[in-house]
Design a protein around this ligand. Structure first.
Ligand code: G6P
Length: 610
């Protein structure tokens, strides 16, 4: 969603702030802005609608200098996409603020502040932060004191950075519900909503915790917890690859990330799957003892990560004999659910910062889940820090909004988890060996599957002028059909729905005509014959089918059915393999349609607000 970067340095920080914003742009991108405290003691603020490049061009045209500054990319929540609503927001030409999250009581704050004489120039909730801090500076000697008092008045979620023109030596930051990370430099310090923004300037980070307020100067970082008590937070050396922000010669991040899948999956399995066994502590210290008593798994996640949970349910129940529920995090967090004895809560998240998933984890702890496992791609993220166990997917930075390699590495992790839980639940060594064998073959199979690109490019032409599409699958391929439909709608804006193919005749069959392409994922498994009947039901009604199938499934193509051969693979990894052609299909359809593949309209990479 929105992105924050801030800096306190001797040197001019404008380039650092703009580079940071570019690295965060994938999260939210309808407008951007930067405010600097200039050497003459004045504020300079530049804001633009559109991409960060528009802001960079504006800064190029009228250069600004300053060692203390804050910057922001916005994904509109309160107030439309206008320059007035873009951050930073100011109060009385003294305070400048950037903010991620939502201040839920902003209307009350606003009317109180207006009655004190403050004039609002935007429709945002954020402007009330600026005026609140400004008003409290009348009775507080320090910016830190004013911010500490201000946050007590805010309801909702915020990661915010505040700058005071009267004191250019410091910025004050506060976190509650929206992540902030402090980057430590030499004689200069930084803050951002994601470490990615700061990798060009530092690798040493402090992840703020809920309720923390921190004062950052060039040479010091002082952190105070929710009660105002000074606290020390651990300094973490980041091992995220520095160049992960590059497209590496690919036309889009999404294409690069699709092609990285064999490598990242190989990486993810290395030293974790040893022969036919899982190495110790793959899921964190103490995992084995916890797994020994697990009888039930509750998975919560959003978006693509939810689809990986849906897939995992088939594996956990079929192979490991562990009962499993999967729920969308935004539903789980707002309903009363029954906690079964010996239940493990699993959250799945690429970013580890998705607001609903995090809230679901926090609720789960309150209602009695004794242990939680985060399957996540970002070390040090809130989800990882707040879970008892964690498994890092090792997908590397994923920039494309539409998730690809994060999904397939999550699935690889779930197969390992299936083995780990199965061990305590009477899984036969044959089953365990079968999964291990399939996993060993996975990187090479993914490579082979990527050679399907040419055929899929041609196929994409046939979709580009369609407005609707249907994706069908059965068993563990049903969630893959859901993921395929999500990819297509996300980046090509073609309406796509997924159905378990057995459900077809209970409604969706009414939609079938020759304008509705129907995509089927059909590995050669025990449900094949049933799936074939469903295919015939569509054909009999004039539908045009696109069947992604194992050669051995013996589908015969004709005018109404295009059969696309997918490399043969062992059945435990089939959901992962069949994901790849669907990713490629969405990508090439989007390319032909000319949509913004990496930053599709209205979407954000990391949804840190409800
Ligand atoms: C957003 C992204 C999706 C992602 C979902 C969950 O909607 O656009 O690609 O699947 O959030 O994100 P998470 O980081 O929790 O996996």
């Amino acid at each position: 969603m929105c992105g924050i970067v801030g800096a306190v340095a001797e040197r001019n920080v404008v380039e650092i702030l703009l580079e940071g914003l570019k690295r965060l742009e994938y999260r939210g991108y309808d407008s951007a802005g930067v405010a600097l405290l200039q050497a003459d003691g004045t504020f300079s603020r530049t804001r633009r609608i559109g991409k960060v490049q528009a802001l960079a061009d504006a800064v190029d045209a009228s250069p600004v200098l300053g060692g203390t500054g804050i910057a922001h990319t916005r994904w509109a929540t309160h107030g439309g996409v206008t320059e007035d609503n873009a951050h930073p927001h100011q109060s009385s030409d003294r305070i400048a603020v950037v903010h991620n999250g939502i201040i839920e009581n902003y209307e009350t704050l606003r009317s109180g502040l207006e009655s004190q004489g403050y004039t609002f120039t935007s429709d945002t909730d954020t402007e009330s932060i600026a005026h609140t801090v400004h008003s409290l500076l009348k009775t507080n000697e320090t910016l830190l004191g004013a911010v500490q008092q201000a946050v007590a008045r805010f309801h909702g979620a915020y990661g915010t950075v505040v700058m005071d023109k009267e004191d250019p030596s410091r910025i004050v930051v506060a976190r509650s519900g929206s992540p902030l990370v402090i980057g430590l430099g030499l004689g200069e310090n930084f803050v951002a909503s994601d470490q990615m923004a700061l990798l060009p300037v530092t690798r040493r980070f402090i992840f703020l915790e809920e309720g923390d307020v921190a004062e950052i100067t060039r040479r010091s970082v002082s952190i105070f917890d929710a009660n105002g008590a000074p606290v020390e937070r651990e300094i973490i050396e980041s091992n995220v690859e520095h160049d992960s922000g590059d497209k590496g010669g690919y036309r889009h991040y999404m294409l690069k990330e699709i092609h990285e899948q064999p490598t990242v999956v190989r990486n993810a399995l290395q030293h974790r799957l040893v022969g036919n066994d899982i190495a110790d502590n793959v899921f964190g210290e103490g995992a084995d003892a916890i797994f020994a008593s697990v009888k039930h798994v509750q998975i919560v996640a959003c978006g693509t990560s939810y689809h990986s949970g849906m897939t995992a349910r088939y594996w956990l129940e079929e192979f490991a004999g562990v009962s499993c529920n999967v729920e969308i995090a935004s539903e789980f967090r707002y309903r009363k659910s029954v906690v079964l004895p010996n239940s493990l809560l699993i959250t799945i998240s690429q970013s580890g910062e998705t607001a609903d998933t995090l809230a679901a984890l926090r609720l789960a702890k309150e209602i009695g889940y004794s242990s939680s496992l985060a399957i996540c791609n970002v070390a040090g993220s809130s989800l990882v820090r707040e879970s008892s166990l964690s498994y890092m997917t090792r997908a590397g930075a994923e920039i494309g909004v539409a998730s690809t390699k994060a999904f397939t590495t999550q699935l690889a992790g779930f197969l390992l988890l299936t083995m780990a839980l199965g061990k305590h639940n009477g899984m036969s060594s044959d089953t365990s060996n079968e999964i291990a064998h399939a996993l060993h073959s996975l990187p090479a199979k993914l490579e082979e599957t990527l050679t399907m690109t040419q055929g899929i490019e041609d196929l994409a032409e046939e979709f580009a002028d369609k407005h609707h599409s249907l994706f069908l699958g059965r068993g563990d391929q049903y969630p893959i059909a859901m993921e395929g439909a999500l990819k297509l709608k996300e980046i090509s804006y073609i309406h796509a729905e997924a159905y378990a193919s057995g459900e077809l005749k209970h409604g969706p069959l009414a939609l079938i005509d020759d304008e509705m392409p129907v995509i089927v994922v059909a590995p050669n498994n025990e449900l094949l014959e049933k799936l074939k009947s469903n295919v015939e039901e569509v054909r009999a009604r004039g539908g045009i089918m696109y069947v992604f199938a194992d050669k051995d499934a013996h589908f015969k193509g004709d005018d109404t059915m295009r059969v696309i051969d997918v490399p043969h693979c062992d059945s435990p990894i089939a959901p992962i393999i069949y994901t790849v052609p669907l990713q490629l299909l969405s990508y090439y359809v989007a390319l032909i349609k000319g949509t913004d593949v990496d930053q599709p309209r209205n979407l954000a990479k990391s949804v840190t607000v409800e």
